[in-house]
Write a protein that binds this ligand. Structure first.
Ligand code: MTE
Ligand code: MO
Length: 308
């Protein structure tokens, strides 16, 4: 059994007043393996929280109910209400194929590869390009652990992720003008940044299908569309390739997609965001408030469009 570390990037307990029962417990159930069997593994929750990096003021955790009923998952439809149709996704024998690195061309069963990493909880603010945000208690592990395990060669510059292509299960994939499968791409340095996370759960439970089960990326300093769901493929690349959204509309969905109040979306301002839980309006923060941890990734780049 692995010890659950509570990481620095979490909110302070006293900043979090919603979903009390979840936070007041000293011990939580952290679901990570047994997604299929739907069993949870108990972890002790000993470490104290010391969050010096990120404390969103007056922000409460978004409730489990909202997190699981207000989603973007275009494979299942273009509305926010896809949670029912997402239940069609079959998670049995989920495999992740790797291209490049030490295990080039190898496929891993989700259940097997998960055993190799250190599970923890991280509470991140999540900011969609559509100018709304949520505060989410993720469970999972740091993406850098997975990258080091897969051991890409030093010539690798980018990491590309792909979602399943299952039109029988995900009905919007029958719309063949979309460049399915959904894909995203980040630099290898971004992938190795300690904030970059692979989520396998929320609120101490296995990740619901509508949230991207069994595993998804979480990049809290970037717009939500970069945080690709239900990953089936990881590719190590030397050259940049176009993502799903960049293929559809590069003027609205940039490669960097770093949260930035000063770079408007083509159709709306990014100056403010609406918290989906409370309905309150907040000022958008550069890098979604995580500048201290990520700005070094961009220090030698001057173009402001970079942030979009
Ligand atoms: N495969 C896939 N991943 C995806 C999406 C999607 O449509 N398909 N939507 C993205 C967008 S736009 C957002 S805002 C988040 C939404 O995550 P949530 O539903 O868990 O809040 O997932 C991102 N990852
Ligand atoms: Mo989004």
């Amino acid at each position: 059994m692995k010890l659950l570390k509570r990481h620095n990037y979490s909110l302070k307990d006293n900043k979090v007043t919603d979903e009390r029962t979840f936070f007041n417990r000293r011990k939580i159930m952290l679901g990570f393996t047994g997604i299929i069997a739907n069993s949870f593994i108990k972890n002790s929750y000993a470490n104290k929280v010391s969050s010096s990096f990120y404390k969103p003021e007056n922000r409460k955790l978004t409730s489990y109910d909202i997190l699981t009923k207000y989603n973007n998952f275009f494979e299942f439809g273009t509305t926010k209400q896809i949670w029912k149709s997402a239940q069609n996704l079959n998670l049995e024998n989920w495999k992740i194929k790797v291209e490049g690195g030490k295990y080039d061309n190898k496929s891993f069963y989700f259940d097997d590869i998960m055993k190799k990493f250190t599970f923890e909880e991280r509470i991140y603010k999540f900011r969609c390009v559509e100018a709304w945000s949520m505060v989410i208690p993720w469970c999972g592990f740091q993406l850098s652990e997975l990258i080091s395990y897969l051991n890409p060669s030093s010539s690798v510059k980018f990491v590309c992720f792909e979602t399943f292509y299952q039109p029988q299960q995900a009905r919007n994939q029958k719309q063949d003008w979309y460049p399915w499968p959904y894909s995203e791409i980040i630099t290898i340095d971004e992938a190795l940044n300690p904030l970059a996370f692979i989520a396998t759960g929320i609120y101490g439970k296995s990740l619901p299908k509508q949230n991207g089960a069994p595993l998804r990326l979480v990049l809290p300093w970037k717009y939500g569309f970069k945080s690709i769901k239900s990953i089936v493929k990881i590719k190590f690349l030397e050259k940049k390739v176009k993502s799903f959204w960049q293929t559809i509309e590069p003027r609205e969905y940039g490669f960097w997609a770093n949260v930035n109040p000063d770079v408007p979306h083509r159709r709306w301002s990014q100056e403010y965001e609406k918290d989906i839980g409370s309905g309150k309006r907040y000022k958008t923060e550069i890098f979604n408030g995580y500048g201290e941890l990520v700005e070094n990734l961009y220090s030698n780049k001057s173009n402001e469009n970079l942030y979009f």
